[in-house]
Design a protein around this ligand. Structure first.
Ligand code: HPA
Length: 266
């Protein structure tokens, strides 16, 4: 808690917005802010520092579509070697400065038949296959309860708004279940068949810890995934991080338009 308090005090110097947006792989530039004040992760006490190329690690507060927002560019992944408690440290610090709504974005592999590279998909639920939970250990009762409910982790009201806004922009926003796997190796075709049987539509290596911590702390969550590739065994081509980043960047402007239009509605 003390570490969180120190981080929150530093973050609060940037402002006290109520909406935070986490921008994942290749997406860090999609939401430009006016009058932004930014800190790199390494300048915020207690923040873990990302180690992956394409995940800069910066927190900025500024105005988007006339609203104050906090934007996190880059994120920490479990596969980098940090504990899940470290992975969710930023989200908990945001809860401490009064963030009420968290928008999470990520890149994912498409598992279900209706999904194709380039699709933007509203996350409607998740499956945690990370083998751990960020809430493990003594409960931080100041943030939330020991056994938080995950029934409507991805807020139905926010999802309805996102769909309405997307429709207004003439954009197709599909919906799907996101499964988080540890990584950093991509999945085998057999794993993808198993995940499909479990009910997953997309697969990725992030987001689920942050969403669990956000729900624990009572934040409302909206999740948007950019499908960057067919999951292993669906396409014949091998998977590569370069392909993931390239596809994400090709969808960045649409995602930016969607987020900009959505923010005043959150
Ligand atoms: N698997 C896991 N994570 C990913 C993928 C994938 O196919 N694509 C983007 N992130």
């Amino acid at each position: 808690m003390e570490r969180l308090e120190r981080a929150a005090a530093r973050l609060a110097e940037l402002g006290r917005p109520e909406v935070a947006v986490i921008l994942g792989s290749g997406l860090s530039q999609v939401l430009p802010l006016e009058g932004e004040r930014a800190l790199s992760f390494s300048e915020i006490p207690g923040f873990p520092v990302p180690t992956v190329a394409g995940h800069a690690g910066q927190v900025a507060v500024g105005e988007a579509s006339g609203c104050q927002v906090l934007v996190q560019r880059g994120r920490i992944h479990y596969y980098e070697g940090y504990d899940l408690a470290e992975v969710v440290f930023p989200v908990r610090a945001y809860a401490m400065i009064g963030i009420k709504t968290l928008v999470v974005t990520n890149a994912s592999g498409g598992i279900s038949e209706g999904l194709h590279p380039g699709d933007l998909v509203l996350i409607c639920d998740h499956i945690n296959m990370l083998g751990g939970n960020p809430l493990r250990g003594p409960n931080l009762t100041r943030l939330g309860p020991r056994f938080p409910d995950m029934t409507a982790a991805y807020d139905p009201g926010l999802r309805a708004k996102a769909k309405e806004v997307a429709r207004g922009l003439g954009m197709v926003l599909k919906e799907g279940v996101y499964l988080a796997t540890l990584g950093p190796s991509y999945e085998t075709p057999a794993e993808i068949r198993a995940f499909r049987a479990l009910g997953a539509d997309m697969v990725g290596m992030s987001t689920v810890p942050e969403v669990i911590a956000a729900r624990h702390a009572g934040l409302r969550v909206l999740g948007i995934s950019c499908v960057t590739n067919y999951a292993a065994g669906i396409a014949t081509r091998p998977l590569s991080h370069e392909e993931v980043v390239k596809t994400t960047q090709s969808r960045a402007s649409d995602l930016g338009r969607l987020l900009s239009a959505l923010i005043p509605q959150l």
